[in-house]
Design a protein around this ligand. Structure first.
Ligand code: PHE
Ligand code: ZN
Length: 865
């Protein structure tokens, strides 16, 4: 808890450390109430060493016990709430010396889930970004890389399993029922990659042989009752290992690689060296309990964390401003991995569309709001607030642009050079850019602007076709979202569509504010398909008439742009509060009936732009108007195409055993969209079919979608099915999270009590736990951030609930509270009375004197906007 003025950290104030560490030996005696940590540090002069300076180590919420230097008790130190300053170093610190510190922490009281904590009786750690300092005093910064040996001690009955990074080198029974294990990590690493796990866990394991012929042991550790839900994660891990060898020539460098699942976790997962720790949500899956989306997410998160072993661990970040160096790159890698796993070109396109939807729904608003920052921020108050969609997803788009500009082979050359130059180092985004540029002999100076300028760039498109000269002139003008920005280097894939199909796809590089291209011998006025595959993360300012959009929607050979044209059409109709006309309905019908199109693509093409994305198109948002317009438009599609939906519902069945593969999942998604459309068209008629699907489903996707359709459309059967669902899955936390989330996400229904009333009741439910992030997110975040029409009520009730929830959560878990605090970021964009009511809720939170640095930063930036 901090009450003093917020401190800002600035990128340009980076200084290399005075000291660094060689070997680190930790001896940890685990006890929930009193864990004793003895740390032996080999301290060496750092790159910027100046004799006579004290050694300052970070430490938080630690009980200090003792300090020795070179074996002798040392008295020259000061303890501060967040550090220890050690004076009178041997020979003023000029040569290596040993520091030994003993301290105590209390894992069972740790609800922040940073540092060492207890979850369901077992011990876990989370150290990124600055959690290691809650375990022991340390130079807790990523550019201090050391070799760790870790001795874990615990009572054998309570903690039969003792895990840490690297290789297990020794195990021993100790007196009084204790035992110990010694782990050694052969690779130097920063403290944020340290991990330990201890408790009653079991694993499935597998031995594989990697490219060099080496045998590797793979393990997935979970609570015993979850062992039967680990197969998919293991398959995903094996696929990831093979993929990284094949695509990037990168091999697993340890004898053993472990994944551990924990039910209390702030984020998705963590790439600790050789010992990845995962939120159970991204490990556990079985057809009966996990949806297709869960299966796909597990594959991509397992891939993501595994890929960090090279992009993040072997080459790490110099400082936390460089976070996107590892995250943007690793998200790009996991996106490519998932796309390759789809096994077809159209599967790749589906994956691309999904990723772009996320970007637009979450990152575009962030880039236009009070927390906007470049993918490499220049300043932060709390680093935990910068694990953002900008650093991750926009960061991945920036990495993708290198590949677009340099080609897949050129990109690979850049990656090879990056590892050749920087293996074992802590580096910067400039180092990555230089490797890409040098490996390809390209000048990428202007490309740097993507790292330093926030906001989504806009590109205006103007076309002119000259019938007589058969020339087509394309003029592009870029403008940035913020003042005083330099032009970006924007790769735009484009193609002119003509009836004789004689124009090839090209890559245009827009580098100036305004540029024109002339195309010769264009036989007729073409239809422009631009930013194909979403080659740049920009907003296109391009007024295309409905006829052209319909052409693109029915025949663009770029699947992404085909989808995009449909989204643009729907968006224009919804924002003008118009219902789809006969032409558009006919286009939808043709698409739905096209036997050559993937079901997964059809589903995406028929899914309307999210409300959050529609908001960004408005100068002043009336959330209830947007909700009704979008709903009415959807209702029209549901009704007018009901024959097609009914037919698809039958055709897209996937009888037989469940398989989560992309093709089956795609069929299910289209079938389930059909079901939800039918329920929308007439809930009284179609409820029986939904109830039938609910009862007989052999997988969670079908069961959940049927239930959700009943609830969202206010079916009379909803209550019974909800109760049935709860009693079927009472003991499965991840499924109960879905049960909570489904109810908290229900949009308003005429004649049914407001969703907020339900949410208040769910908050009092016996299975609701304020200490468990997954449960909190499934109720509170789902309502405040995933249910716009219910949240944005003119009476401000949603906002009052939000303020209360932020204030309640903050003392328990600042990171979870700060995510929720982001829920009112865009308050300035809203019309009255919403805006004033949001402002009042923000003021209410701001008035608290005990806010964490995390929530304080978010709220003060929102208010200052
Ligand atoms: N580094 C993790 C990832 O992206 C995310 C994370 C950050 C997890 C901070 C926990 C804490 O894979
Ligand atoms: Zn990551």
């Amino acid at each position: 808890m901090k009450t003093d003025l917020p401190q800002s950290f600035r990128r340009l104030e980076y200084r290399p450390p005075n000291f660094t560490f060689g070997k680190v030996a930790l001896d940890i005696a685990l006890d929930p109430a009193r864990t004793i940590v003895k740390s032996s540090l080999e301290v060496l002069p750092g790159p910027e060493f100046k004799p006579g300076e004290p050694l300052v180590l970070q430490g938080q919420e630690l009980e200090f016990v003792s300090l020795r230097i070179n074996g002798a008790a040392h008295r020259h130190f000061e303890l501060n709430p967040e550090s220890i300053t050690i004076h009178s170093l041997p020979n003023e610190g000029r040569e290596a010396f040993m520091v030994e510190i003993i301290s105590i922490c209390v894992p069972e009281k740790n609800t922040s889930l940073m540092g060492l904590y207890v979850s369901n009786g077992n011990f876990f750690t989370q150290c990124e970004a600055e959690g290691f300092r809650k375990i022991t005093y340390f130079l807790d910064r990523p550019d201090v890389m050391a070799r760790y040996t870790v001795t874990l001690r615990a009572r054998e009955t309570e903690c039969p399993v003792l895990l840490s990074n690297g290789n297990l080198i020794h195990k021993e029974k100790l007196p009084n029922g204790w035992h110990s294990a010694v782990w050694e990590d052969p690779f130097p690493k920063p403290s944020y990659l340290f991990a330990l796990v201890a408790g009653k866990l079991e694993c499935i394991e597998e031995t594989i042989t990697t490219g060099s012929g080496a045998k590797k042991l793979l393990q997935i550790w979970v609570e015993p009752h979850d062992l039967n839900k680990t197969r998919h994660a293991m398959d995903s891990l094996i696929a990831s290992i093979h993929w990284d060898e094949k695509r990037y020539g990168l091999e697993l460098d340890l004898e053993r690689f472990m994944i551990v699942a924990v039910g209390d976790f702030n984020m998705g997962a963590m790439e600790n060296k050789g010992l990845n720790i995962f939120n159970t949500k991204y490990v556990l899956a079985q057809p009966e309990t996990a949806t297709d989306a869960d299966f796909a997410n597990i594959e991509s998160v397992v891939g993501h964390e595994y890929f960090h072993n090279w992009t993040g661990n072997r080459v790490t970040c110099q400082d936390w401003f460089q976070l996107s160096l590892k995250e943007g790159l690793t998200v790009f890698r996991d996106q490519e991995f998932s796309a390759d796993q789809m096994g077809s070109e159209s599967g790749r396109a589906v994956k691309r569309i999904e990723d772009v939807r996320t970007l637009r729904q979450l990152q575009f608003p962030e880039d236009a709001g009070p927390m906007a920052h470049p993918i490499r921020p220049d300043e932060y108050q709390e680093i935990n607030n910068f694990y953002t969609v900008t650093v991750y997803e926009k960061g991945a788009e920036v990495v993708r642009m290198y590949q677009t500009l340099l080609g897949v082979d050129g990109f690979r050359k850049g990656m090879d050079l990056y590892f050749k130059r920087h293996d074992g180092q802590a580096v910067t985004c400039e180092d990555f850019l230089a490797a890409m540029a040098d490996a390809n002999g390209r000048d990428l100076t202007q490309f740097k602007n993507w790292y330093s300028q926030a906001g989504t760039p806009r590109v205006k498109v103007e076309e002119h076709y000259n019938e007589a000269s058969k020339q087509y002139v394309l003029t592009l003008t870029q403008s940035s979202a913020k003042v005083n920005q330099q032009p970006f280097h924007i790769p735009l894939k484009m193609r002119l569509l003509t009836s004789n199909d004689d124009q090839k796809e090209q890559l245009l590089e827009l580098t100036q504010e305004k540029q024109s291209w002339t195309f010769e011998n264009i036989s007729e006025e073409p239809v422009l398909s631009i930013n194909r595959g979403f080659s740049a993360p920009i907003i296109l300012n391009f007024v295309q008439d409905e006829a052209d959009l319909l052409t693109l929607f029915s025949s663009d050979d770029d699947a992404f742009n085909r989808w995009e044209a449909g989204q643009k059409l729907a968006m224009q109709f919804i924002l003008d509060n118009r219902l789809p006309g006969a032409q558009l309905i006919a286009a939808y019908r043709t698409l739905l009936l096209d036997p050559d199109l993937d079901p997964a693509f059809k589903e995406l093409a028929m899914t309307l732009p999210a409300e959050a994305y529609l908001y960004e198109q408005c100068a002043s948002v009336d959330p209830q108007n947007i909700y009704s317009a979008r709903r009415a438009f959807r209702h029209a599609i549901a009704t007018e195409l009901r024959m097609e939906w009914a037919a698809l519902y039958q055709q897209m069945q996937t009888p037989g055993d469940f398989s989560p593969d992309g093709v089956s999942a795609g069929k299910r998604s289209l079938k389930n969209l059909a079901l939800s459309m039918l329920l929308d068209a007439d809930v009284a008629i179609w409820s029986a079919m939904a109830v039938n699907q609910y009862q007989n489903a052999n997988n969670m996707t079908d069961r959940y979608v049927a239930l959700s359709g009943l609830v969202v459309n206010g079916s009379k059967q909803a209550g019974i099915c909800l109760r049935d669902f709860y009693s079927r899955f009472t003991d499965d936390a991840l499924v109960i999270d879905k049960w909570f989330a489904l109810q908290a996400s229900r949009p308003p229904i005429a004649g049914v009590e407001p969703t907020l009333v339900d949410v208040m009741r769910l908050r009092e439910h016996e299975a609701f736990k304020l200490n468990n992030p997954n449960r909190v997110r499934s109720v509170i975040h789902a309502f405040c951030m995933g249910n716009p029409a219910s949240f944005h009520q003119a009476d401000g009730s949603g906002y009052a609930f939000w303020a209360d929830a932020v204030l309640t959560l903050d003392p328990i878990n600042p990171q979870v509270a700060a995510r929720l605090a982001r829920g009112l970021d865009r308050w300035r964009l809203f019309a009255e009375p919403y805006q004033s009511k949001m402002h009042a809720a923000l003021e209410k939170v701001a008035a608290s004197k005990t806010l964490s640095a995390d929530v304080r930063e978010v709220i003060s930036k929102a208010l200052a906007s």
